[in-house]
Design a protein around this ligand. Structure first.
Ligand code: PLP
Length: 425
């Protein structure tokens, strides 16, 4: 029998990994003399080596060309966001005109709710998951208040029906149908940040449209983690950030999707000059004429320095391919799961669904014994350069990412937990 916990076994799995060379494309932080086992791509992805050259290119262009940089030479700033459009569309499964890199996630959520949350006398409510990411809840609640609607009556938070805090599709469907007549918008995550549960976006969009509401998705933990088919899902809009699994750096410029069926919508929007029809934008006329597609929601000329690292990241995604990444991701996370089941289940309870179709790379692990034990284990891991993240009161999130993590990293985590378990029986 193969010993799951042997270094040879992990090494053999890594040797057989067709994507193993991608790790060399990243700067791996060190701890003591050794590389960290970094499992925090769900929070901040590592720096692609190629990022610096793209940032330097912008700085050099600014130094040597100044204002001319908008219109001359390589990687001109005027159409700079178009440099990322096609590869971004490929990552999220959209048509190029349906995606745009702009602003931050929460800003994009507000901008798209301004257009896609249009309460009527009958339909005022927004439905979200209970325990949603705070920024999303703040954004939704403030949109309701902004429209003069009391959130106590118009914000519907669906409670998870499983004891581990996850949702069955039946519970989501029931909540949408029961509230169907009063729903204006369903805003749901692609992957829930706390539990790591992944959802069937197409099915949620179908049920939402069935009751006559708009379907919007927050893909912060899904993009770059799962292969997405946003266009085919039928979603009306989606938003995400690029600093998590997209590895584009702290506060990186975010992303937004608007389905083609809304490309020429006359819904209201908060407008800025960069969303104006391109051929006439610089006539500087007084009337706003939106450019068709997702580009029409842009407000400002984009922060070029903030966009530059995204080019390096998208290049890696294009070379590796989302399907190959997903295959490796299922293996890596599956290996983590088997190690935990084999010897660590006294200490760690897996909160994330075991069905691979209902999760991305992340496993949320509840530590037996509560907060104090959990913090002690978390610190034990950190002291050995094993970096996960902590969610109150007792959960450690471990996210092995297929671009830069190895089976050896995963084994290092499991061995460290086993040592701690042996020392703290
Ligand atoms: C990471 C994350 C955010 C962060 O919002 P920013 O506007 O990028 O700061 C918001 N929502 C969800 C669900 C997230 O996971």
């Amino acid at each position: 029998m193969t010993d799951l916990f042997s270094d040879d076994h992990a090494r053999a799995l890594d040797d057989a990994d067709p994507l193993r060379s991608f790790r060399d494309e990243f700067l791996i932080p060190r701890h003591g003399g050794a590389e960290q086992a970094y499992f925090c791509g769900n929070s901040l992805g590592l720096q692609p080596r190629g990022a610096r050259a793209h940032v330097d290119e912008v700085l050099d262009k600014w130094a040597t060309e100044a204002v001319e940089g908008h219109f001359t030479g390589q990687a001109q700033w005027m159409p700079y966001h178009e440099l990322v459009r096609d590869s971004l569309a490929a990552v999220v499964g959209a048509q190029p005109s349906e995606v745009v890199a702009m602003n931050s996630l929460t800003a994009n959520l507000h901008l798209l709710m301004v257009s896609f949350y249009q309460p009527t006398i009958e339909r005022t409510a927004i439905l979200i998951e209970a325990g949603s990411f705070p920024s999303d809840r703040y954004a939704v609640e403030s949109q309701l208040k902004y429209r003069g609607l009391p959130p106590e009556h118009t914000l519907i938070e669906v409670q998870p029906d499983n004891t581990d805090g996850t949702f069955s599709m039946a519970a989501i469907e029931r909540a949408i149908r029961e509230n169907g007549k009063r729903l204006a918008l369903v805003l749901w995550p692609g992957v829930q940040y706390r539990t790591g549960q992944a959802f069937d976006l197409k099915e949620i969009a179908r049920i939402t449209h069935d009751v006559g509401a708009i379907a919007g998705f927050d893909l912060a933990h899904a993009v770059g983690n799962l292969p997405l088919q946003l266009h085919d899902s039928g979603a009306d809009f989606a938003v995400w950030c690029h600093y998590k699994y997209m590895n584009s750096g702290p506060g990186a410029v975010a992303g937004a999707f608007v389905h083609e069926r809304h490309a020429r919508t006359d819904r209201p929007r908060f407008a800025g000059w960069w969303g104006h029809e391109q051929s006439t934008r610089f006539r500087m006329g007084p009337d706003f004429v939106p450019t068709p597609g997702a580009d029409g929601w842009q407000l400002s000329n984009p922060p070029i320095l903030g966009l530059a690292p995204l080019r390096a990241s998208l290049d890696l995604f294009a070379r590796a391919g989302m399907d190959a990444l997903r295959l490796k991701s299922e293996r890596l996370t599956g290996y983590l799961e088997s190690l935990i089941r084999a010897r660590l289940s006294e200490t760690l309870q897996i909160v994330t669904p075991t069905d691979p179709a209902q999760r991305g790379c992340q496993l949320s692990l509840r530590v037996t014994g509560g907060r104090e034990q959990g913090r002690a284990l978390f610190e034990h891991l950190g002291a050995q350069g094993i970096v996960g993240d902590w969610r109150e009161p007792d959960v450690i999130r471990i996210s092995p990412t297929p671009l830069y993590n190895t089976h050896a990293d995963v084994l290092r985590f499991a061995q460290a937990v086993e040592h701690w378990q042996d020392a703290n029986p």
